[in-house]
Design a protein around this ligand. Structure first.
Ligand SMILES: Cc1ncc(COP(=O)(O)O)c(C=O)c1O
Length: 385
């Protein structure tokens, strides 16, 4: 079969592979603890669902403008003004099918053959694959962003709070990147998909930090998926200069068009309504984070910084690996022996680590932690023998 060249450059989503394994085991009747999924376990809040019901009842089921309905774009601008103090107009917003399409529109509009695009590891695996789909070359920064500026970048993509680490990028680091990017005239793209899921009140006004220094070449990518437990609804957005937003509009208009009309009404209720449901979910995630972190780090072979945002723990299990084995081997053996799904660090360009999603119930976390600790003990006994 003759396929386009670009298909040979990209890999499938490793997190989707995990989901497929879980499905298979569950169908075979195995009781699996799933720490693999990258999505909230909460249902979408009632007020958001009610807005969707109302939209359906009123037959709001036709095409909308490709870039989204005006009310929703306005609500996104209002939210960014209120949350970050940045001023954008509706013509600078496009509503997308999740943060994924927001980032993909950006890649298609900005990157091309010969371009190098910097991003940081451990990364969310879609980011380098989208860069490759746009025929550009990902440049993965593992040290300081300044080191990578030694090459010839076209853009830099930042993700904070980060998947898989839950780390936040400091405002001061983003200010330095923005100033350097402005000097070199390169684009800064920020994936803010977990922006509402930050546990402590630390300064994290990345939009304003960039707005003040580099508004003309900043793309903010957001999503309703994680904050509002709306992964299946598919709603994200970009906030970017008008000229670029017009290009996004053309790309999207010729590919997927508008996102689901009913989703747009639901997202409008989510973004412009009370944010109390977000706080309730965040409080629950915080407790889960504290517990799973305490349970797992009680084992001396598991090192883990406490994540500051998102809903992933990213422990280093290097000390538990037998010589010549990898975290992928560890994850496979854990799945076979204890029926616990985790994502190995290799998926994020971070061998020796595991990603554990704590977007699952406290009972599942307790049971999963017990199984992981038992598995870690069994490895140490085997090594001692
Ligand atoms: C870092 C990051 N960015 C963006 C996304 C995209 O999510 P969605 O397309 O559901 O908005 C994800 C989803 O896992 C993510 O982890």
């Amino acid at each position: 079969m003759r396929l386009a060249d670009r298909t040979t450059r990209i890999a499938g989503s490793p997190t989707m592979k995990v989901t497929a394994t879980v499905d298979r085991l569950r169908r075979a009747g195995v009781e699996v603890i799933d720490f693999g999924a990258g999505e909230p376990d909460f249902p979408t809040p009632d007020a958001i669902k009610a807005a969707a019901h109302e939209a359906l009842d009123k037959n709001f089921t036709r095409y909308t403008p490709a870039a989204g309905i005006a009310d929703l774009k306005r609500a996104i601008c209002d939210r960014y003004r209120t949350d970050y103090g940045v001023e954008y107009s509706e013509s600078e917003v496009i509503v997308t099918a999740g943060g994924k399409q927001a980032l993909n529109n950006t890649a298609l509009a900005l990157f091309g053959p010969g371009d190098e695009v910097i991003t940081h590891a451990p990364y969310w695996p879609t980011i380098p694959e989208q860069i490759k789909l746009a025929d550009a070359t990902p440049v993965i920064v593992k040290t300081q962003p300044e080191d990578a500026f030694a090459i010839h970048p076209e853009a830099i993509i930042l993700n904070s709070p980060g998947n898989p680490t839950g780390a936040l990028i400091d405002e001061s680091a983003v200010a330095a990147i923005a100033e350097e990017a402005a000097r070199r005239d390169i684009w800064v793209v920020v994936d803010l998909c977990y922006e509402q899921l930050i546990y402590e009140p630390v300064p994290h006004n990345l939009p304003k930090t960039l707005f003040d220094r580099h508004r003309a070449k900043t793309v903010l990518c957001g999503s309703a998926s994680k904050s509002y437990a709306m992964t299946g609804w598919r709603c994200g957005w970009t906030v970017a200069p008008k000229e670029l937003t017009s290009v996004f509009n053309i790309i999207q208009g010729q590919t997927t068009s508008n996102i689901t009309s009913v989703t747009q009404k639901a997202a409008l209720a989510a973004i412009s309504g009370s944010q109390d449901a977000v706080t309730v979910m965040l409080d629950e995630y915080r407790q889960r984070r504290d517990n799973i972190h305490a349970w797992l780090t009680a084992h001396p072979g598991i090192q883990c910084v406490k994540p500051k945002g998102a809903f992933y723990l990213f422990p280093n299990i290097g000390a538990l690996l037998a010589p010549g084995t990898t975290s992928t081997d560890f994850a496979q053996a854990l799945l076979e022996k204890e029926h616990v799904v985790v994502t190995p660090g290799e998926a994020f360009d971070a061998p020796g680590y595991l990603r554990i999603s704590y977007a699952t119930s406290m009972e599942q976390l307790r049971e999963g932690a017990t199984r992981i600790l038992r598995f870690a003990e069994s490895l140490q006994h085997a090594a001692a023998r």
